[in-house]
Design a protein around this ligand. Structure first.
Ligand SMILES: C[S@@+](CC[C@H](N)C(=O)[O-])C[C@H]1O[C@@H](n2cnc3c(N)ncnc32)[C@H](O)[C@@H]1O
Length: 355
């Protein structure tokens, strides 16, 4: 069972495009680029249904990567906080860490900074994400410690790369941020992660609790507009907030703790009162996606409505018009909204493979 679409995933439903349906097992070590292991074979999945995947366009994937990078740049402090928590909980040195569904690498980078002795293995379906991740690690001077693995977590974990993540007896640390809800059978994947860790090794799972909020400081009208949009997105199934505690215990982990990680960023430019351009861009990408979702839900549900539903549809039309003003140009647009900010809230679970 997939756990629906969650926060950043309003931009990220389309990670699986461009993947051949099956691949012969093929492991290439690109040592000269520090590229690590490239495991196409992991894409051969048995029970998993490819037809159910959302095969989107490159533009979708690039938009997803941009959203993740903007989130990391503006509100990425949560990853450092979670990595610091992992350091507190780790039993023994962390020499090998796995980032599963690594995306553009906000987690990989945080782990690399926090654990300077560690080799990082970043796993993702998307070669484009992995390329961006590598570039970011190289820019930070940490590329030497990175292995990237292009693989589908829904496939059996490949003994080669998963085992190599921990030189002796398994990885010290695994990290899955906003990725576990993507997989078809999280219980099976959690079982694989457990076996990949050494006894005493730690897993951190992170998920967003709600869609990022941009309009809290932009006046009551806009804050309540955002509330209504989020409720509608929830209703459309765009947002899921799985609770992993039972699944972690069921897979054999010992739950060490559960934390909320909240980040808020914003503040207008002193010179002209406008929000920073990165923030406005993040809000624009995100709210455009919400606007498009509202528009298609509206289109598909206008016929044969009861009176109450009819009124609800009118409210949505008003909200879409308000979003259009924000997404337009000039006065009233996001780029000129002084109270624009971003607030994200995540839950982090820390779980240990029992000794
Ligand atoms: C929402 S992004 C999160 C990225 C990153 N962990 C972060 O927190 O910013 C989800 C990532 O999981 C990857 N992904 C989704 N399903 C996957 C699967 N079955 N196997 C490997 N990666 C997957 C996507 O390509 C995407 O990069």
């Amino acid at each position: 069972m997939k756990h629906g679409v969650s926060t950043l995933d309003t931009m990220t439903r389309h990670a699986r495009h461009g993947q051949p349906e099956t691949h012969p097992r093929e492991v290439n070590a690109h040592a000269s680029h520090g590229e690590g292991v490239h495991t196409h074979g992991a894409h051969e999945h048995g029970s998993h249904n490819h037809a159910a995947h959302d095969h989107g366009s490159l533009a979708d994937e690039a938009a997803m990567a941009e959203v993740i990078e903007l989130d990391a740049s503006l509100a990425g402090g949560y990853a450092d906080e979670a990595a610091a928590w992992a350091a507190e909980l780790a039993h023994g040195p962390v020499r090998s860490a796995l980032d599963l569904g690594a995306g553009t690498g906000v987690g990989t980078l945080a782990l690399a900074r926090r654990f300077p002795e560690a080799t990082l293995t970043a796993v993702d379906l998307s070669p484009m994400m992995l390329r961006r991740l590598r570039t970011a690690m190289e820019k930070s001077g940490m590329g030497e410690r990175l292995r990237t693995v292009e693989a589908d977590l829904d496939a059996e974990f490949d003994a080669g790369w998963a085992g190599a993540a921990g030189a002796e007896g398994g990885a010290d640390l695994a990290w899955a941020s906003s990725s576990l809800h993507h997989v078809t059978d999280p219980d099976r994947v959690l079982g694989s992660i457990l076996r990949t860790l050494r006894p005493g090794g730690l897993l951190l799972v992170l998920e967003l609790d709600e869609l990022p909020r941009f309009l809290d400081g932009a006046g009551d009208g806009l804050a309540t507009l955002e509330d209504r949009c989020h409720r509608e997105m929830d209703r459309l199934g765009w947002n899921s907030h799985p609770e992993w505690s039972d699944a972690l215990a069921g897979a054999g982990f010992r739950l060490e703790g559960r934390r909320t990680l909240e980040v808020e960023a914003g503040g207008a430019d002193e010179a002209n009162g406008s929000p920073p351009s990165e923030l406005a861009r993040f809000a624009r990408l995100f709210l455009s996606r919400i606007r498009a979702a509202l528009s298609s839900s509206q289109g598909s549900s206008l016929d044969g409505l009861a009176v109450e539903e009819d009124l609800a549809a009118l409210d949505i039309a008003d909200d879409m018009a308000a979003l259009d003003r924000l997404l337009g140009q000039g006065p009233g647009s996001l780029e000129e909204l002084p109270g624009l900010s971003v607030r994200t809230r995540r839950t982090a679970w820390a779980a240990r493979r029992p000794v």
